[in-house]
Design a protein around this ligand. Structure first.
Ligand SMILES: Nc1ncnc2c1ncn2[C@@H]1O[C@H](COP(=O)(O)OP(=O)(O)OP(=O)(O)O)[C@@H](O)[C@H]1O
Ligand SMILES: [Mg+2]
Length: 237
């Protein structure tokens, strides 16, 4: 990758209060490509997405979005409150409010984009349903529709396919591929190694450090997987 064709993360340290999570992390994520972020629970995947989204401020180091465009973040499904009494359409519309500011009325153009994004994720028939009454897989598709409604140049997805059946997972993969062909830079955190292997680029994290970076086939090797995931087995009493 040449300069100017990547999101460049340089020596980033970040955390919450006194807890340091990411420790001197450097990586290059291809523009208009799909990057998968893999690692055990607590390794810092969501924190890294937060840094890219601008919601977690690095304590040190820099992030250069390299012309990727505006970030749009789709939260891990269980990080979204079930108690909000909002409908599917309102949830997706929040993606437009994120651009316009909450007190502006949405334009006809905004509303058209909301309908388009619901159709792309096959949730238009659920538009009037409350988010809290949906199944997990349906909610996940609604959240992705909300992310697309922001028309981000850098689409950040936290475990978009966790807990989904094969069909829903393939649907989401196809949507991500389409975004990529439209020039969007996609970064997703995932525990799904099949999905990770389909990405253009892969980061493997462990305890907030980068263990390996590059094409998935060279990152997700038996050796690195053993190094990162099997240690957890050893930790058991
Ligand atoms: N808001 C927060 N305040 C304090 N600590 C946090 C916060 N969010 C995450 N952490 C801590 O930061 C570390 C990394 O968490 P993070 O959510 O980035 O991991 P992850 O790789 O996304 O894990 P998972 O696979 O479980 O989603 C964990 O030790 C976690 O407890
Ligand atoms: Mg996470």
């Amino acid at each position: 990758m040449e300069r100017g064709d990547a999101v460049v993360i340089s020596d980033v340290t970040a955390g919450y209060g006194r807890r340091t999570v990411l420790r001197g992390l450097s990586a290059r994520l291809p523009l208009s490509g799909v990057t998968a972020v893999v690692g055990p629970n607590g390794s810092g995947k969501s924190t890294l997405l937060g840094v890219l989204a601008g919601t977690v401020r690095p304590l040190g180091g820099t992030v250069d979005l390299g012309g990727a465009g505006r970030p749009g973040y789709v939260a891990q499904r269980d990080a979204v409150s079930n108690a909000l009494p909002i409908t599917v359409r309102e949830t997706v519309a929040m993606g437009r409010w994120a651009l316009r500011g909450p007190w502006r009325r949405l334009t006809a153009h905004d509303r058209a984009i909301v309908e388009e994004c619901m159709a792309a994720l096959d949730v238009a028939p659920l538009a009037a349903r409350r988010l809290s009454t949906l199944s997990g897989g349906q909610r996940q598709r609604v959240l992705l529709a909300q992310g697309l409604a922001q028309e981000p140049g850098l689409l950040l997805l936290d475990e978009p396919t966790t807990g989904l059946d094969l069909r829903a997972e393939q649907h989401i993969s196809a949507v991500l591929d389409l975004q990529k062909t439209r020039g969007v830079t996609v970064v997703h955190a995932t525990h799904d190694l099949t999905a990770a292997r389909r990405a253009d680029h892969c980061l493997l994290l462990d305890e907030g450090r980068l263990i390996a970076e590059g094409p998935p086939a060279s990152v997700l090797t038996p050796r690195t997987m053993d190094q990162v995931f099997t240690r957890l087995e050893h930790a058991r009493p």
